[in-house]
Design a protein around this ligand. Structure first.
Ligand code: SF4
Length: 324
């Protein structure tokens, strides 16, 4: 079960004497907006909840907090990712796992059966609270565990746009749910990824999904190759804004005789692009847009790091950037 630990955040807000708080809640938790506001109001804070969509700690609404005359921003669901000139307090989400020890035993059996004696360990912020317990368990059972912090990420934390915490070991154990991060780990580092999903209790090697992913990417890039005009999508979200990169790509494509426009917006969505008339999109914002959500767009959308393949680089060494 997912839990929001507001206690620490409330303590921090009180310690700094912040009274007027702008609260930012990720999309998946919007149904708990009232519950969160009530809990904070009980502690004598004046609450405004910002309802714009939010998916990560790259999206910190400090300008809105300033405009609304708030003392601080309370960002729920994620951990610090960018430095700001305005007070931001984080209340990350945590999974409360039942039967962790039974699942760890299952992972241990899998590692022993596959004669894996050393792993690099990564997870997402929702499971970071179990890091110490997991490392202790494996160390006690003769499995070496390496973990490290990355550039802007805490120990063992991976993000869909940042795999810099992946350790050097050949076998990486990803403790978490979904395929987006394991695929990212593999294509950013070329390492073997073992997925241990504590929600489904499934343990497996990332296998045929790698080929499926690559096939889909190549199809998308090939579709985007055939057009003569591109729209480069830039997000104005504070941690996603890559305008310098967008200008560089524009120049590269124009040198190849393509027509290129840059389209900027806060939250990128198909409806905002309906009036435009380009043949394909190049996304410089969250990589998830073009990986998980590309089918929401009528025109092909590739990620900015894939422009090199558009320009002719061989797919043999297809890779994701370690930090997007
Ligand atoms: S850019 Fe995407 S993957 Fe990176 S932190 Fe933001 S929402 Fe997450």
């Amino acid at each position: 079960m997912l839990q929001i630990n507001l206690e620490k955040a409330i303590e921090q807000l009180k310690k700094n004497n912040f009274k007027k708080i702008l609260v930012q809640i990720p999309e998946g938790l919007k149904t708990r907006t009232d519950e969160i506001a009530l809990e904070l109001e009980k502690n004598d804070f004046e609450i405004i909840t910002i309802m714009d969509p939010c998916f990560g700690a790259c999206d910190i609404k400090i300008e809105e907090a300033k405009k609304l005359n708030c003392d601080a921003l309370l960002h729920i669901g994620h951990s610090e990712f960018i430095k700001t000139d305005f007070p931001v307090v984080y209340a990350p989400l945590e999974y409360k796992l039942k039967n962790l020890e039974t699942f760890l035993k299952k992972i241990l059996d899998y590692l022993n059966e596959n004669q894996i004696k050393k792993i690099g360990f990564v997870t997402t912020i929702q499971y970071i609270n179990y890091l110490g317990e997991i490392k202790d368990y494996f160390n006690k059972n003769s499995i070496g565990v390496n973990s490290k912090s990355g550039e802007k990420t805490i120990e063992s934390q991976v993000l869909g746009c940042n795999y810099s915490s992946v350790p050097i070991e050949e076998n990486i154990l990803y403790f978490g749910d979904g395929l987006f991060h394991p695929l990212g780990i593999h294509f950013a580092t070329k390492k073997e990824v073992i997925i241990a999903n504590p929600l489904t209790l499934e343990i497996k090697k990332l296998d045929k999904e790698k080929n499926d992913f690559l096939r889909k990417r190549i199809l998308l890039i090939e579709r985007a190759k055939d057009v003569s005009s591109y729209g480069i999508l830039v997000s104005t979200k504070v941690g996603q804004n890559k305008i310098i990169f967008a200008r560089k790509i524009k120049k590269m494509l124009e040198e190849k005789g393509k027509s290129v426009k840059i389209f900027a917006m806060d939250y990128i969505s198909e409806d905002k692009l309906l009036g435009t008339n380009v043949g394909a999109y190049i996304n410089t914002a969250c990589p998830r847009l073009s990986i998980d959500d590309y089918s929401n767009y009528k025109k092909p959308m590739i990620n900015a790091f894939e422009v090199k393949y558009l320009l002719g680089e061989n797919y043999d060494n297809y890779a994701l950037d370690m930090i997007y």
